[in-house]
Write a protein that binds this ligand. Structure first.
Ligand code: B4P
Length: 186
């Protein structure tokens, strides 16, 4: 079974939903940059104060900030003896992907598979409106989709060229999608 995984896909594709489920069932470290940033916002830390307005606009938080969060978590895990991990929502642009590649080289680790969750825009918007988080109103959702197309979508070609990409249809029930993901991970 592959143990070092990225989940890639548009906002609302269900990355967080599937990542949590898979990490629990397979004992992987689940690293969601969105959840970690929301935790910082809730705790009112300086980092959270910096991230809050950016997230509310549906834009990407600075690469330096997100990279620092991921670095500290992966270093901690490596020092504690290593293990599998699942990165959910990171990287979100080519600069973050390059930074991750450099960090993993330092740690002597490699990405084993990038699961690309694919879903139509109409369903994405419906799911996010139903979720109703602070950044889930229609105009912010549209903007997050634009940011995804411009900044995150280039990662599809990036990981395809590295022969790591596994596209998965993200429509249907949570269980049906989990089965499709399990099939590509092995
Ligand atoms: P994230 O927290 O990553 O969230 P997301 O992309 O909006 O959602 P996800 O795809 O995880 O969907 P979910 O499972 O929740 O990002 C939020 C913000 O954080 C970004 O806009 C950005 O500002 C910032 N950020 C995060 N990472 C960053 C980075 N690396 N760099 C810079 N900024 C960063 O599912 C959505 C909804 O659908 C849920 O309500 C769920 O219950 C429902 N759902 C899931 N699967 C379903 C199914 N099969 N059927 C019906 N509903 C389903």
């Amino acid at each position: 079974m592959k143990q070092r995984l990225l989940f890639l896909g548009p906002p609302g594709a269900g990355k967080g939903t599937q990542a949590q489920h898979l990490a629990e069932s397979r004992g992987l470290l689940h690293l969601s940059t969105g959840d970690l940033l929301r935790g910082e916002v809730a705790a009112g830390t300086p980092l959270g104060q910096e991230a809050e307005a950016v997230m509310a606009r549906g834009e990407l938080v600075s690469d330096a900030l997100v990279r620092a969060i991921v670095r500290s978590r992966l270093e901690q895990q490596a020092q504690a003896g290593g293990g599998g991990w699942l990165l959910d929502g990171f990287p979100r642009n080519v600069a973050q992907a390059d930074a991750l590649a450099a960090l993993l080289q330092e740690l002597g680790q490699q990405i084993e598979l990038v699961v690309l969750m694919e879903l139509d825009d109409a369903v994405l918007v419906q799911r996010l409106l139903a979720r109703g988080r602070a950044d889930d109103n229609e105009s912010v959702i549209r903007h997050r989709l634009e940011v995804y197309r411009q900044q995150t979508e280039p990662l599809i070609a990036y990981y395809r060229e590295r022969d790591l990409l596994a596209p998965v249809e993200a429509a249907g029930s949570v269980d049906a999608i989990a089965e499709r993901i399990a099939a590509v991970i092995g």
